[in-house]
Design a protein around this ligand. Structure first.
Ligand code: IVH
Length: 689
């Protein structure tokens, strides 16, 4: 895969090049990328490509030591310090880590360490996550935060004291009676994924440039000369190392160090472990890999460190990195490929999504050939053209997306994408409302087969009517052969018709009919969700089902009544009104009911013996006995709903210690505030009628 990175223009002279000229070429490339990454905070290529170049140069220099120059990037640690900040000399250099990419690399690391220590038995390792942020040194003098510096080139960094001071989780005074005279805490500054998303949202609405990823956002926020800007960005910090130390207490191992930090009030990530032997390292790696997408922050691997400091010291360092530690990196989630074409897809609500057709590329563990481009504005903003070399990202099971285009690799004949004016499926006009980023086919589901298929597929899907065996392929055929038009038609299907489908045997036809039959017995919430009303997702559908006795009440509700429902705001209300104002939709609902679709008339939540029925509660602060989960479970068990923020629709706010802005908001809106014990009492009571 690494060879793919060296694309056509370079490969010819690469064949002819000597090791010396290749090394020079690599140094130039690496320096260019390092500057873009470390100084400009605008990387030109995915990290994996940079890593590949670096590895190639390291390997080349290993084979030809005579080629090593004074200024080769393998002999130093990072970027150049920014001139605008004053410089800080690190008391102990902030070095880097060697990377391992596969089992063999880790086994070899373990063996080298064992050999180096002359150990017979398995070694004890401390494992940390490899945070994708920026390395920082925090200096505490007599327990008081005195200075913070970036890594810079490893020896000299930039003074970012005022900016770091704005990070609320970093203590300004250590939590101890006997502080060390001097402590240099090493760790990573990063931005949580949720904070990154809301920052980008703010950037977008203010018309500012968005950040490519949380790492860049963290870097951009930290490198602000005006610390007021930094204070508006939610940055976090995790400690994982130490520089200079003058103290009575000296930790003996990495584990000791992290425990000590925790006791001093310095943030330490909870995801870590101490294990013995290489096998245990690898099993931690696999576990974390599975957890990766659910973590609140981005990581690009894990770091294994020999736990005992005495052993670390014995192993020492080699040029830019320690021998006692290694970063085990995850496979790249970003890779480079070319855009073969840009086409548009029509979704179930008519939304037109441009999709890049890509030269197949292996990324995040799968081969990707398509990636979403979201909408026309996004294509313009990222300036993506047909023929461009682009970086593609795939994280977890999200849809792959094109992150950026590499302008300096753009071919002369790269073509600009033009949004078609007509729907490629039904030929209706494509329209774009002023306040929406998304263009839509104006044909509607009756005319546009793509919308029809999308709506039917949604209707049958697992969280909707859950009709087993009625998937995309079957719906595609049924619609193309004009055997069905609406969801109601699904229930009119018979074995004879089904048997005319491709690859349909009697057994599977019978299974589909049985699945259709059993899907008729459903819940009101699923039924509402299955209708595919715009802006009505699963949660809103559940809320509507709780709030309305039956579908007729919902179909005839006016705006005011709809707005009374917790999850319903003006946009959803409008969408519901529009949907049921269309006689065709009402007819389909009637037909579905006539063909036997039904749900419990008084659903379980309408049980009037539940004391919190129809009530929305907000939890704030820490309650004396109940955890947040237990309190939520108690409320839900009693028919109530837990919401995240206080509004006019909130029935009660349950407040514990350290309740903050939510409590103030409740007072402002005159919403009753309960203690934990009042909540318990309420749950044991008979509801008011
Ligand atoms: S230890 C001498 N631990 O990775 C060893 N580094 O590639 C110093 N990083 O500059 C580093 N998470 O920015 C260490 N748990 C962790 C880390 C970590 C992220 C970063 C750090 C460092 C770079 C090295």
């Amino acid at each position: 895969m690494q060879d793919d990175f060296f694309t056509a223009p370079e490969s010819a002279d690469r064949l002819l090049s000597t090791p010396a000229s290749r090394a020079a070429q690599l140094r130039q490339e690496i320096n260019r990328h390092a500057h873009a990454y470390y100084v400009a905070d605008a990387p030109l290529v995915p990290d994996a490509e940079y890593d590949a170049l670096f590895l190639e140069l390291q390997t080349l220099e290993l084979a030809h030591p005579e080629l090593i120059t004074k200024d080769t990037p393998t002999q130093r640690v990072g970027g150049v310090a920014l001139p605008e900040f004053s410089q800080v000399q690190h008391a102990v250099p902030m070095l880097s880590l060697n990377n391992g990419f596969d089992v063999a690399d880790i086994m070899a690391f373990d063996k080298r360490a064992k050999d180096g220590l002359g150990a017979q038995e398995e070694l004890e390792y401390a494992i940390d996550l490899k945070f994708d942020g920026l390395a920082i040194n925090l200096r505490y003098i007599d327990g008081v935060f005195a200075q913070a510096a970036t890594r810079g080139d490893g020896y000299t960094g930039e003074d970012v004291t005022e900016n770091i001071r704005t990070i609320r989780s970093i203590p300004l005074r250590l939590n101890t009676e006997h502080p060390p005279a001097l402590l240099d805490v090493r760790g990573e500054v990063l931005m949580f994924k949720a904070d990154f998303d809301s920052l980008n949202q703010r950037q977008r609405s203010a018309g500012n440039k968005e950040f490519a990823n949380p790492r860049n956002a963290a870097a951009g926020s930290l490198r602000q000369l005006d610390s007021k800007i930094t204070s508006q960005r939610s940055l976090r910090f995790f400690a994982y190392g130490i520089g200079a130390l003058e103290a009575d207490y000296l930790p003996l191992s990495h584990r000791d160090l992290l425990d000590w930090y925790r006791s001093l009030g310095i943030p330490v990530c909870e995801e870590n472990a101490v294990v013995r032997g290489a096998d245990a390292l690898l099993s931690f790696y696999t576990q974390i890999q599975q957890k990766r997408t659910s973590l609140a922050y981005e990581i690009d691997g894990v770091v294994y460190k020999i736990n005992a400091f005495s052993a670390q010291e014995k192993l020492g360092f080699v040029s830019r990195a320690p021998r006692f530690a290694i970063a085990h990196k995850f496979p790249a989630q970003e890779a480079l490929t070319t855009v073969l074409d840009i086409e548009v897809q029509v979704g179930r609500t008519g939304a037109i999504t441009p999709v890049a057709r890509l030269a197949p590329v292996f990324v995040g563990g799968v081969t990707v050939t398509n990636a979403t481009l979201h909408n026309e504005e996004e294509i313009q903003r990222k300036d993506i053209r047909i023929g461009d070399t682009v970086s593609v990202r795939r994280a977890g099971d999200v849809i792959p997306e094109v992150v950026a285009s590499l302008i300096d690799r753009r071919p002369a004949n790269a073509a600009v994408f033009v949004m078609p004016s007509l729907c490629p499926i039904c030929g209706s006009l494509i329209v774009k409302l002023e306040d929406e980023a998304i263009a839509r086919c104006s044909g509607g589901w009756l005319k546009c087969a793509a919308q029809k298929k999308g709506a039917l597929f949604h209707f049958a899907s697992r969280k909707a009517m859950n009709i087993d065996g009625v998937g995309e392929q079957l719906i595609e055929q049924l619609v193309d052969k004009q055997l069905i038009t609406t969801a109601a038609d699904l229930y009119q299907l018979d074995a004879v018709t089904l048997l005319t489908m491709d690859r349909m045997a009697e057994k599977s036809a019978a299974n589909i009919l049985a699945a259709l039959e059993s899907s008729k017995s459903t819940s009101l919430a699923r039924f509402i969700y299955a209708l595919g009303i715009r802006h009505v997702g699963e949660t809103t559908a559940k809320d509507l089902a709780l709030s309305f006795a039956d579908i007729d009440a919902l179909m005839t509700a006016n705006e005011e009544r709809l707005l009374n429902v917790t999850e319903v705001g003006p946009v959803v209300a409008k969408s519901l009104l529009q949907f049921f104002a269309d006689q065709q939709n009402v007819d389909i609902v009637r037909q579905l009911i006539a063909s036997g679709v039904h749900w419990p008339k008084v659903n379980q939540f309408n049980d009037t013996s539940l004391p919190l029925l129809g009530k929305t509660l907000v939890l704030t602060g820490s309650l004396p006995n109940l955890s947040r989960e237990l309190a939520s479970a108690l409320i839900e068990k009693n028919g109530g709903k837990v919401a995240g923020s206080v509004s006019k629709k909130t029935s009660y706010v349950v407040a514990g210690d350290d309740a903050g802005s939510k409590l103030l908001k409740a007072r402002e809106l005159n919403i009753p505030v309960l203690t934990e014990s009042e909540l318990q009492q309420l749950c044991n009571s008979i509801p008011e009628q």
